[in-house]
Design a binder for this molecule. Structure first.
Ligand SMILES: [Zn+2]
Ligand SMILES: [Zn+2]
Length: 307
């Protein structure tokens, strides 16, 4: 065994300790599958309703409103703040961002973040939870059913040391349910009665979760295959403007893998990044206390020669 292999093995052993994959029981996998398939079925029903011209502005408003709220929750709460410590927020804002993210039905905060820490540590190498090198569908959603989540280990313990994270971790399913009940309640009052309740649940709940899921997963699948790589990285992450357009800025994924702690993932004025714009607002309201960004020199040093 040569030295490189030995170092790599040690690194891997340490990695396994820091963020081991969890073996999910059959009922856990069934639950995940339900979270994937029910929104898919709901989206099919919704397309049928659109076709039949049975959809009004309230339904569309609930879809867009809830999608924006929970999508920004994932991007800022789970991803930039919790996983990468790209900025620090005051406790109430921290709590609100984490709760907003749980409504996306992507699991509890410490599991999400620990799994994502492992993705960065092993990106597109053996041990990456969701590299498209194992196939497009594996990267998109297959990995969810293949024991690739991290639910324990050092990275998970570290995240759980924060009482706010611990609280949201233990109550996440309550907030995920609230994320369905809010649009359903608005539907009840705005559209009238229990039929309105169901329509609110469908558009602001299930269809919104369906869209949110596939957009987050597209960052793992599409943005590791298609797009440009302006910065040098050791993985396949790409800047994909189309994914960025729908993922609150997350699709500038080569920028992100080059500078994981950068709070602003869109690094040029023309790289649309709604997560960045919300951070500006939070900063103006003094809810965010520090924002991490690489210097211009650090960025220039990582740039590839123009292609
Ligand atoms: Zn990635
Ligand atoms: Zn990341």
């Amino acid at each position: 065994m040569n030295l490189t292999n030995e170092t790599e093995n040690k690194e891997q052993a340490a990695g396994m300790d820091a963020f081991p994959f969890h073996h999910d029981a059959w009922w856990g996998k069934t639950l995940v599958l339900t979270f994937v398939l029910v929104p898919l079925a709901a989206a099919a029903v919704a397309i049928g309703m659109l076709w039949g011209d049975q959809v009004g502005w309230v339904e569309i408003g609930l879809l867009l409103g809830m999608w924006t709220w929970t999508g920004l929750g994932i991007s800022l709460g789970f991803h930039r703040m919790l996983t990468h410590r790209a900025f620090t927020a005051r406790a109430p804002t921290r709590l609100l961002l984490l709760i907003s993210a749980t409504m996306s039905l992507q699991g509890p905060p410490a599991d999400w973040a620990a799994t994502h820490i492992r993705h960065h540590a092993k990106a597109d190498r053996e041990g990456d939870p969701h590299s498209p090198l194992e196939g497009f569908w594996h990267a998109h959603l297959g990995w969810l059913l293949r024991d690739r989540m991290v639910r324990s280990g050092l990275a998970h313990d570290k995240l759980m040391a924060d009482p706010i994270v611990r609280f949201v971790q233990r109550t996440w399913i309550v907030w995920a349910t609230v994320g369905f009940l809010i649009p359903a309640a608005i539907g009840y009052f705005a559209l009238g009665g229990w039929m309105g309740f169901l329509e609110g649940l469908l558009w602001g709940g299930l269809v919104r979760v369906f869209i949110g899921h596939h957009i987050t997963w597209s960052v793992n699948s599409i943005a590791h295959i298609f797009g440009t790589r302006p910065y040098q990285t050791t993985d396949e992450a790409r800047n994909n403007w189309l994914v960025a357009l729908f993922s609150w800025g997350e699709g500038w994924h080569n920028n992100h893998h080059a500078f994981p702690r950068a709070a602003y993932i869109g690094m040029h004025w023309w790289q649309l990044d709604p997560g960045k714009y919300l951070l500006w607002v939070l900063k103006a309201c003094r809810q965010v206390t520090s924002i991490h960004m690489p210097t211009r020199e650090e960025r220039l040093a990582r740039r590839r020669s123009r292609t």
